[in-house]
Write a protein that binds this ligand. Sequence first.
Ligand SMILES: [Mg+2]
Length: 139
Amino acid sequence: MTGRREEPPAAGEARFSDAETPLAALASELRAFNRARDWEQFHTPKDLAMALAVEASELLELFLWKRDGDLPPVARVREELGDVLITLTNLASRLGVDLMAAAEDKIALNARRYPVERARGSAEKYDALVPTDEEEESR
Ligand SMILES: [Mg+2]
């Protein structure tokens, strides 16, 4: 660990955008859904972030106390995954975040943090990965 903070990719480097995916249509539909019910007043970033954690917890609850290999009904998992996506989309929409670009940027950052030669087959966090001999020699 060098202590240096890795910089995220510069804005505008992303190849993908929500506008080119069904996410834009989903966000638009959700804005209309929320507007019709006058729910936008409740959708602060704080409450949407909390709601996202709650929906993720509802997904986790389906797996709670299951034995290895025992799965909850896929229909219930599907419902909670839908809730997670809806809440995530509402939060991103509220903050003006392009989810596809954000995910692509994060993949690029993770690719730098977890180079294949160091990370392959390892569950270590990036700051605990051991440099290869070649990396050590080039220092
Ligand atoms: Mg739910």
